[in-house]
Design a protein around this ligand. Structure first.
Ligand SMILES: NC(=O)c1ccc[n+]([C@@H]2O[C@H](COP(=O)([O-])OP(=O)(O)OC[C@H]3O[C@@H](n4cnc5c(N)ncnc54)[C@H](O)[C@@H]3O)[C@@H](O)[C@H]2O)c1
Length: 315
């Protein structure tokens, strides 16, 4: 089976490539290598790399030439703060890019795994049938893409599924995101900015669990547009998460409360019809922390980034 992983040089995509390798599969990785995509993330993995933009018509030729059977799409603009600062790329990559992949699936007939997010549901507790109620430009773009996947299944009988994981954490997550930002800033002796009162709840899942669950799903999917939620089942407020992380690190985390992010969802709360086990949060945080301690070379070049450095980078 020939598998193409779009966005495979990013955080979850590279974990998914490792999961495929464990299963004896050598995928094609297609990635534009934006600020978030790094070939370093694919160190020691077995894959064929092609630099390309999912918005580009050339993607069709690449997928055709490689006679792919399944395409899994992690390629996206993924940071909510950036979507508030500058929403346009979120529309072109997350929406138009997805439509370009769907067009390719319609013409070439491959199966399509669309990676979405719990954020499309908004703050209400949701299951796979709940309505979409996005709050940020990021989640609005993700929700739009999901609707196009459904439209392509209904209109053109494209073989697709939609997967909605909750907040992921683990090795190789870009330092703009909450957990790596907290770890690295604390290692550097800096404060950690917390938006609003810090009581917003997120449901965390270790990235290797997400990768394994998606790979398992691909074996049992019906490819009729089903939605699969992948919550971590470990909901915790941001301040409590930092408390737990401080214990794991054996260091005091210097919390600095800053203005709340515009449109900030109070919580995500998602149910699933799937059965799986996940890494306990404290254990996952320990592994994540150890990885960042051992891989300073990976994050050192990234700390000049505005979304790592600033307290309210969306401004
Ligand atoms: N990280 C999370 O907590 C989380 C949770 C739920 C869902 N998701 C979703 O999972 C997917 C992957 O998230 P991530 O955290 O790994 O993101 P990431 O930002 O770490 O990686 C995104 C990857 O996509 C690539 N990319 C961006 N635009 C592209 C384009 N136009 N053409 C080709 N490649 C492009 C980047 O170079 C990068 O390698 C996204 O769809 C995201 O919405 C993420």
């Amino acid at each position: 089976m020939k598998i193409a992983v779009l966005g495979g040089a990013g955080f979850i995509g590279s974990a998914f490539v490792r999961e495929l390798n464990k299963r004896g599969i050598r995928p094609i990785v297609i990635d534009l290598l934006t600020y978030a995509g790094r070939v370093e993330n694919l160190k020691d993995t077995d894959h064929e790399f092609i630099k390309a933009d999912i918005r580009d018509q050339k993607l069709h030729d690449i997928l055709k030439d490689h006679k792919v059977d399944v395409v899994i799409n992690f390629a996206a603009e993924s940071h909510v703060d950036r979507s508030i600062y500058k929403p346009q790329d979120f529309v072109t990559t997350n929406v138009l890019g997805t439509i370009n992949v769907l067009e390719a699936s319609r013409l070439l007939g491959f199966r399509y795994v669309h990676i979405s997010t719990d954020e499309v549901y908004g703050e209400e507790c949701s299951d796979e049938d709940s309505p979409l109620n996005p709050s940020s430009p990021y989640s609005a773009a993700k929700a739009s893409a999901d609707l196009f996947v459904k439209a392509y299944v209904r209109t053109y009988s494209v073989n697709a599924i939609i997967v909605r994981p909750s907040n992921n954490y683990g090795p190789r997550q870009f330092p703009e995101k909450f957990i790596p930002k907290a770890i690295i800033r604390t290692l550097l002796g800096l404060h950690v900015p917390v938006y609003g009162n810090g009581k917003q709840e997120r449901d965390w899942i270790y990235v290797e669990d997400t990768a394994r669950i998606i790979a398992d799903l691909m074996e049992k999917a019906e490819w009729k547009g089903e939605v699969y939620n992948i919550p971590g089942g470990q909901r915790i407020s941001n301040v409590d998460l930092l408390r737990m992380l401080g214990e794991v690190m054996g260091k005091e985390i210097k919390v600095k409360f800053v203005s709340d992010r515009p449109g900030h969802d109070r919580r995500y709360c998602m149910d699933t019809r799937l059965k799986y086990s996940v890494t306990p949060l404290k254990e996952g945080l320990r592994r994540t922390y150890e990885w960042y301690v051992e891989n300073e070379w990976w994050w050192k070049p990234l700390i000049a980034d505005k979304f790592f450095k600033e307290d309210e980078p969306w401004r």
